[in-house]
Structure formats: structure tokens, C-alpha cells
Design a protein. Structure first.
Length: 84
């Protein structure tokens, strides 16, 4: 029988990728803004007329979140490639 080396000795070296901090921030702001807009929209709808402030806040958060996601796509997202 032949001996095999343990997995950690045969694994390929790690690929170092430098993340763009601006793209990371835009992804967090965009995704968080869209998620919070959805939460406030659903919460405001369930409260009827008392939830108009929440709906208005969702109306402000949605464009911020969508803009953050679009900027992330332009800055980093469209250049992403899977690592082999």
C-alpha cells in the first residue's frame, strides 16, 4: 500500500484577495437599507394610518439601499470572478 500525505499537506496554497473597503461598505449599506425598508414598509402597513411615518421612512431608505447596491455593482460586483 502507498502512503498518502495528509490533506493539509497537499492542499493548494491560499489565494490572497484584497477587498475593496468602499465596495464592502456599499454592499452593507445597500443590503441593510433594502432590508430595513422592507421591515418598515410591512410594519407601517400593519398599523394603518398610525404607520404613515414608518412608510415614509421606508420610502427614504429604499432609494438609499437601491443606490448602494447599484454603486456596489458598478464598483466591484460586476468584476467578481470565482476563484479556482
Amino acid at each position: 500500500m502507498t502512503e498518502q500525505a495528509p490533506f493539509f499537506e497537499t492542499a493548494p496554497p491560499a489565494v490572497k484577495v484584497k477587498a475593496n473597503p468602499y465596495a464592502t461598505a456599499l454592499l452593507a449599506i445597500g443590503g441593510g437599507g433594502l432590508a430595513l425598508a422592507l421591515v418598515f414598509l410591512v410594519g407601517g402597513q400593519s398599523q394603518g394610518l398610525d404607520g404613515l411615518g414608518m412608510i415614509a421612512f421606508a420610502g427614504v431608505l429604499f432609494p438609499v439601499g437601491a443606490g448602494g447596491m447599484l454603486l456596489w455593482l458598478l464598483l466591484e460586483g460586476l468584476r467578481w470572478r470565482p476563484v479556482r
